[in-house]
Design a protein around this ligand. Structure first.
Ligand SMILES: Cc1cc2nc3c(=O)[nH]c(=O)nc-3n(C[C@H](O)[C@H](O)[C@H](O)COP(=O)(O)OP(=O)(O)OC[C@H]3O[C@@H](n4cnc5c(N)ncnc54)[C@H](O)[C@@H]3O)c2cc1C
Length: 423
């Protein structure tokens, strides 16, 4: 049996690795000239690994599968202690550590611990903002959820399915502020190892997938690949774009899945400075302006150049996309100047990382729209000889994350092997 894996991001690498470990021949077709997809470690910008895509491991060992590899490879990690090393600009202009802000304000604390008490469950058709309002969140709390939680989730609250998020609140152990880790050696130390020994063909943008009798895949350059089955790990944005021709067309359940999900505009701007812009023990800023979230990949490294990364999604991203690259970079600098109180702050260089307009991503990561709670399951369901993986097809609590993408790759490979055993 042989299998084509479309896409060499984490999901594709995970699937191909699993298949090849069990003796199934897998060929990975990747459109870009590099592997990793939305995990993209840059080593030129600052002379140390700077993440242009995925940056953190969200969660601890052993629950999160990334740790298996990080520990096996002995990679150095750094834990983001948000309570002590993150500053927040409060609405009244206060400048507090996150720990101070949380202990002074129980209302703010609730938006991070998610200990909501005895509240009604959300409906499937309810968006997150409407739900939180219904259970009594104040306008100030809602604005804070928007600039912190929803910004991290990838979209503005009106696009976030409240039911999909309520489960996250229930699962939250109040430890959210202590369970994000950076791989100091770079995410690429992980995904390059994952790829070792696999048959990966770069620069092969797939445009046509014929799944009538086995699978025949055609690339832009008219290369043709045939296999018994294929695992599709294409980003949601690419699947929705209609650029890939499926023959026969995808069934209604897949069309419903694609209509029920949305690619969040998730972006970064990365700045290099010639000196510290804050006390070097401070590694993140929750800003009042746009971009609302900043962190420094320099934190936890000895004597490294000073880099700050702005992370913005949803309406924040749309606003900066409308400005365009140069004005957005300037706007970011102005926001940072105001927050750190340095009106003359200047950067050495800056980089704008535009995932929404990246032709092989067409967005940052997926969100589930109100009214479409089942969309991820529908996207994940096998349609032999096509099998489905990729972050958008992960269960709600794993989506938009590297370890979720990895899980979907393992799942799709297992589905193929189970089917082979049964036939
Ligand atoms: C800015 C940003 C920050 C993030 N931060 C984090 C974080 O801190 N922690 C975390 O866990 N996750 C984070 N994520 C999410 C994480 O990056 C993704 O969930 C994960 O990398 C997705 O992996 P994937 O394999 O599903 O998709 P992808 O990585 O997108 O892989 C799909 C592959 O398909 C390829 N492809 C596209 N079109 C074609 C075609 N026509 N033919 C062939 N190949 C094609 C793409 O080039 C890509 O390599 C972040 C994402 C972004 C954008």
């Amino acid at each position: 049996m042989n299998v084509l894996v479309i896409g060499a991001g984490i999901a594709g690498l995970s699937a191909a690795r699993r298949l090849s470990e069990t003796g199934v021949a897998a060929t990975v077709l990747e459109a870009r000239d590099r592997i990793g997809g939305r995990s993209w470690t840059d080593r030129d910008f600052a002379g140390f690994p700077v993440e242009f895509g995925a940056e953190l491991i969200h969660g601890k060992s052993p629950e999160v599968n990334t740790w298996t590899w990080v520990e096996k490879l002995g990679l150095a990690t750094w834990r983001w202690n948000k309570c002590d090393d993150s500053m927040i600009r409060t609405e009244d202009g206060g400048w507090l550590t996150m720990g101070e802000a949380r202990s002074r304000s129980p209302e703010l604390d609730m938006t991070r611990s998610w200990e909501l008490g005895d509240v009604p469950d959300p409906r499937d058709d309810e968006d997150l903002g409407a739900y939180l309002k219904r259970i009594g969140f104040s306008p100030e709390q809602l604005r804070y959820v928007q600039r912190s939680f929803a910004n991290a989730e990838g979209e503005s609250m009106r696009f976030l399915n409240a039911k999909a998020h309520a489960q996250l609140f229930k699962d939250s152990d109040g430890e959210d502020d202590y369970s994000d880790f950076r791989i100091l050696d770079g995410y690429d130390a992980y995904y390059l190892r994952l790829a070792q020994g696999l048959d990966i063909r770069l620069n092969r943008p797939v445009i046509d997938i014929d799944w009538r009798d086995g699978v025949t895949v055609k690339t832009v350059a008219d290369d043709v690949f045939r296999a018994d089955a294929a695992i599709i790990t294409l980003p949601l944005g690419v699947l929705q774009s209609g650029r890939i021709q499926f023959d026969p067309p995808l069934p209604p359940s897949k069309q419903e899945a694609l209509a029920g999900l949305k690619m969040g505009p998730v972006m970064k701007m990365v700045y290099l400075f010639d000196e510290h812009i804050l006390d070097p023990s401070i590694g993140a800023i929750y800003a009042r302006g746009n971009p609302p979230m900043w962190w420094s990949p320099s934190l936890g490294r000895e004597n490294s150049p000073v880099v700050w990364t702005a992370f913005f999604t949803g309406d924040y991203a749309r606003e900066l996309l409308n400005l365009g690259e140069a004005a957005a970079l300037q706007r970011g600098l102005d926001t940072l100047r105001a927050e750190v109180g340095k009106p003359a702050l200047q950067y050495i260089k800056a980089r704008w990382i535009n995932w929404p307009e990246d032709e092989f991503a067409l967005g940052g990561y997926s969100v589930c729209l109100p009214g479409h709670y089942d969309a991820r399951d529908k996207l994940a369901a096998p349609t032999p000889p096509l099998y489905w993986a990729g972050e958008a097809s992960a269960p709600h609590h794993l989506t938009a994350m590297v370890h979720g993408a990895y899980f979907t790759g393992q799942r799709a490979a297992d589905e193929i092997m189970n089917r082979r055993r049964q036939s």
